[in-house]
Design a binder for this molecule. Structure first.
Ligand code: MN
Length: 465
């Protein structure tokens, strides 16, 4: 059995940060402390002066996503290599919509095909609910037994659900103890505004955020919160929160005593703002995503919200090549596939901008990026925690290493990064997945297909009745 001893790092464990050793035997962590007993052939990694965190957990990725007008350029091989090099050891992917009328298991089967033999880190899938009938509601239970314990509904795009159908899904989720994730935007008003802008020839990227106002997102968040409340505090998870007003509605509902609401934001909404859409030439297309980047004030509000209003940090990684795909929107922003890369940049950016700049504590950083997503999506403490018995998924961060982010050094299969030129302090220099060093100093050294499907359990934060 392969054993690794990580010596003298500052280890972020359940409730302390302490300089100690972590012993990994086989795929598990077996000991944390200052007096490890280990075999003679143990690989010793000196982590003195470095920080040891649980492997990053990214619960919002779109590998292989077929968006109709384009297919995301990272598959489960390239995308998970990029994740590993950036300090992420587990993903939960949001599948694309399947053909109209397909069963709830259709995309899950298809995604097992995409990921099997390719993924280099462990992975799970959310289910996607694109219509509601008795079969779909029944299959939510059957698929939960196969480890699909969270589902996504959309309030916009082609397979948006009606209010009544969303409510049926929430009621069923409450009954089964499953988590419903939602892409909240007001479909009707967005479509109207997009058509008006196009008709008026207002087709540059800067009209993209104007066609999807923050109020459209906030309204849909509030609608979901109230539906979840009517469904008896059904477990509800807001993905990619981008604006202050939406966060106020979440806060207000919690103040009212509503339980079982959680929110995710992403680095792009904390670090970039809508001025990017006015960048020279066609550069603004690089940032076309939904919801769009917001104002500087929204950004600052989200930073303040990281302390308690926001529960997780994910990426919504959905890369398209700029030259060949994003440029489809050069004469009309509505023709640009929506999404941007970010799976590799999340941990370094959030460590640097959050912890190194003292906006969040090291503990809060690991809660947001590792522990909370694992808890909410049903694989804690297997993942997201450094403790004996947990999977040996660990990341060593060198807090002194300074790096200028650039496409050239990243592994994502795409031709740009939204963070070109960002100076970061602190870098994941070693990534260990189930006891195997799979990335070191930006070099991937694992094998395709070593990642395992995660049969997720139910939400590990007990929903309140
Ligand atoms: Mn997404």
């Amino acid at each position: 059995m392969k054993t690794i001893l990580i010596k003298n790092g500052l280890v972020v464990t359940g409730n302390t940060e302490t300089v100690c050793d972590v012993l990994c035997e086989g795929e598990k962590i077996t000991y944390i402390g200052n007096d490890p007993r280990f075999a003679a052939d143990t690989e010793i990694i000196d982590a003195a002066g470095k920080i040891v965190i649980p492997g990053g957990v990214d619960v919002h990725t779109h590998l292989n996503l077929d968006a109709g007008i384009a297919v995301a350029s990272d598959d489960f091989y390239t995308g998970t290599i990029a994740a590993a090099c950036g300090g992420t050891t587990t993903i939960v992917d949001h599948p694309a919509f399947g053909p109209a009328g397909c069963g709830l298991d259709h995309q899950i089967r298809k995604y097992h095909g995409f990921a099997g033999g390719k993924a280099v880190i462990d992975y799970g899938f959310h289910g996607v609910i694109q219509h509601v009938d008795e079969n779909v509601l029944a299959m939510m239970e059957a698929l939960a037994d196969e480890g699909i314990t969270s589902y996504k509904v959309y309030l916009t795009y082609g397979f948006k659900l009606s209010d009544a159908d969303v409510f049926r899904v929430l009621r069923r989720a409450k009954e089964l103890g499953l988590l419903i994730t939602v892409h909240p935007e007001n479909d009707g008003i967005i479509n109207l505004l997009r058509e008006e802008f196009r008709a008026a020839g207002k087709t540059e990227p800067r009209f993209h955020p104007l066609s999807r106002p923050a109020e459209c997102e906030a309204e849909a968040i509030n609608r979901m919160i109230l539906f979840a409340r009517m469904a008896g505090n059904a477990p509800l998870y807001i993905v990619h929160l981008s604006n202050r007003l939406g966060m106020e509605f979440i806060r207000a509902a919690r103040r009212e005593g509503q339980q079982n609401i959680w929110a995710e934001t992403c680095p792009q909404y904390l670090l970039l703002d809508e001025s990017r859409y006015s960048a020279p030439g066609n550069e603004g297309l690089k940032y076309i995503m939904c919801p769009p980047l917001r104002t500087d004030a929204d950004r600052e509000s989200l930073w303040r919200g990281l302390e308690s209003d926001i529960d997780t940090l994910a990426t919504d990684h959905c890369p398209f090549f700029f030259e060949t795909r994003k440029m489809s929107g050069k004469d009309d922003f509505t023709k640009c596939p929506s999404g941007a890369p970010g799976i590799e940049e999340r941990i370094p950016l959030m460590y640097s901008e959050g912890v190194a700049k003292k906006r969040i504590s090291l503990r809060r950083f690991t809660d947001l990026c590792c522990a909370n997503p694992a808890r909410l999506f049903g694989f804690y403490p297997q993942k997201g925690l450094i403790a004996p018995g947990s999977d040996a998924d660990l990341v060593i961060i060198d807090p002194d290493k300074r790096v200028t982010l650039s496409k050239k050094m990243l592994h994502e299969n795409v031709d740009y990064t939204a963070y070109e030129g960002f100076e970061v302090q602190g870098w994941p220099v070693c990534t260990i997945s189930r006891g195997e060093v799979i990335a070191r100093n930006g070099e991937f050294r694992g094998k395709p297909g070593r990642g395992k499907f995660l049969r997720r359990g139910k939400i590990a934060v007990a929903p309140v009745p």
